[in-house]
Design a protein around this ligand. Sequence first.
Ligand SMILES: O=C([O-])C(=O)C[C@H](O)[C@@H](O)C(=O)[O-]
Length: 316
Amino acid sequence: MAKYTPHELAAQLKEGLLSFPVTAFTADLEVDEESYRRHLNWQARQGVAGLFAAGGTGEGFSLSPEENAFVARMAVEEAGDVVPVLGSAGGATYLAVANARAAQAAGCEGLLLLPPYLTECDQLGLEAHVDAVCSAVDIGVIVYNRANAIYRADTISRLAAKHENFIGFKDATGDIEAVTRVVATAGDRLFYLGGLPTAETFALPMLQLGMSTYSSAMYNFVPEFALEFYADVRRQDRIAVTEKLNRFVLPYLEIRDRVKGYGVSIVKGGLKAVGRDAGPVRPPLQDMTAQDIQDLSDLIDAAGIRPAEAPALASA
Ligand SMILES: O=C([O-])C(=O)C[C@H](O)[C@@H](O)C(=O)[O-]
């Protein structure tokens, strides 16, 4: 039974940083229960407004429906008494509906609806997709505007008028005109969160567009830094934000951009770098090389943001 109504959930999420934890895997690429539970415990207790299990950084797209439900259940058990936990739903409509129902049954307060895969889709199909998911559950639903799921403002408004539990719009396009149309049309009926890769990079300009929060992947391994960054953004302290961009975020992007898919792999690399290994990524993503992890570890030290309780990386 959810503790938050969809409306209360939106009010809570929009006022703080959002955690998107990685899903821990063993060397055999199985879900690593012990390591995941440990990670969740750490992530939930640093001061975020909500925790999204099995999102993009959590490799939700690589989980079977059973694993997705298991991950959601573990997240609720480990973090649900501290922060609202949201699950994820993805793939074809029938799978997304099954994921959504399983997330609700696991005790999630809401869910992130990931884009479906492979096929192109347009507005009527996307509307039917969101319609089916929102109708299948009572908990809050946030759509992820990304890849092949790009929602027009009128589609979003119709869905918001129809479904009380449709509460949020997460953008990973950075298309200012389109996002402005969505925010201007749906207004306060929804809340808006930034979800571009390494969302910190865009946080200040997106705040002006109405995105009071964002998904922080780097919060996984440098939580204090990520929270300070968010506080600077909310204060609109451009000088502090720029200093942090130069000190860590922009050099981090240079490592992230070395290989396609490192947007996720670098987060697990960052966890290795701070001594909190959550295992490998699943193919088709590829793990960071030892050199890339070392470079990231050096950057963390040069920026002075190694988490207090995290040991330095043993030299290779
Ligand atoms: O679903 C997710 O993990 C994301 O939204 C992607 C990341 O959290 C992205 O915002 C980032 O890399 O900071």
